[in-house]
Write a protein that binds this ligand. Sequence first.
Ligand code: NIG
Length: 421
Amino acid sequence: METLELLIRNTSEVLTVEGSPQQPAEQALTPQPNACVGVRRGKVWYVGSEGALPPGAVGPSTRVLDAHGQFVGPGFVDPHTHAVFAGERAAEFDLRCQGATYLQIAQAGGGIVNTVRATRFASEEDLIRLALPRLQLMLEYGVTTAEVKSGYGLSLQDELKMLRVVQRLSALQPVELVPTLMCAHAVPEEYREWREPYLDLCIQEIIPAVAEQGLARFCDVFVEQGAFTPSEARRVLGAAQKRGLRPRLHVDQLTSGGGAELAAELGAATADHLEHVSDAGIQALAQAGVTAVLVPTSTLFLRVRPYAPGRKLRDAGVNVALGTNLNPGSGMSENLPLALGLACLENGLTAAEAYWAATRGAALALGLNTYGRITVGDPANLVIFSCSNYRHLPYHLGINHARIVIKDGHVVIEQEKALCA
Ligand code: NIG
């Protein structure tokens, strides 16, 4: 018999996260007490009691990883990042701490277009060099898959450049990247008085080129005062859908604009942010099966209120996913465990719901059916934590408890950690 490459043993529990979004999250996490996990050819081959392992499964070449009585779960999936960019906006952060708002800073010529200037100036190699440490940090937190948006290029050549960088980064390091085109992130400075021509550029040139070159899976639009209107979003996402790119939307973030209803109308994969979603919008998301992606680190970072109503979204039966929204303006943090803590403290999720949202909920948001769970036959993307159960992740606020991270059956992170509980 072909022996296992890896065996993870001596666990408190293995969370296989094989339930459905409609189940109570504690059940959906499907804990397997004291189970072990066997990996062969990069895939999960066995989950169950060590005593019931088939004879001959463990051989001299099997690497045995001792979980030291702590828990094991699937690799985290971060469903919303802008991890590729050049420059930084620490001065804007400081201005916000002194009372300026995100919209005021944008109106004064800062904000997204500030990062666009730096990103356009950067080469592909520059962008790769700058993004690699961010992805390494994400991996250290246990993130094995992440979505990354373009949206700091805002020209044909610079949007293509960003998406090529995402593609190259995915091959260069262990975090698997899912690319999203976001040419409708902001109207670029040179088109400020020419919105229509910029929309034409998106619809007639950028979307077709990106689709033809297979550089993105999703297309996302920022619907907000000072960004794009719902009717502009309809046009951009209509064109994207015709080219096979699934719609996503940044909506109801800073103001309430019927964005969730728009996401439902368009059959979007996700509606992201949602701080100002209406009750009707929540119902519309539930009926249309749109995943709500919450990014509470940004609500904190921008010093805005309220936080998105995670409790109401879950109670309405919406699949809720959780992301960092890593970006230089509204969320300079790779820390997904911090997002879990905020999701519990401020979005009203339980620890189990937050954990679901950062694993299976996020995988479903990205259409990755074999990710975010531990199922025999699926890619072995796994995390061995330094605590005995998932509740310690939001509770020990912002602290990294990922001790060993495994991507496609390879140990990619092994870090010394004191075992906590
Ligand atoms: O998801 N809301 C719009 N886009 C980003 C912010 C990007 C930036 O400020 O650079 C977000 O928060």
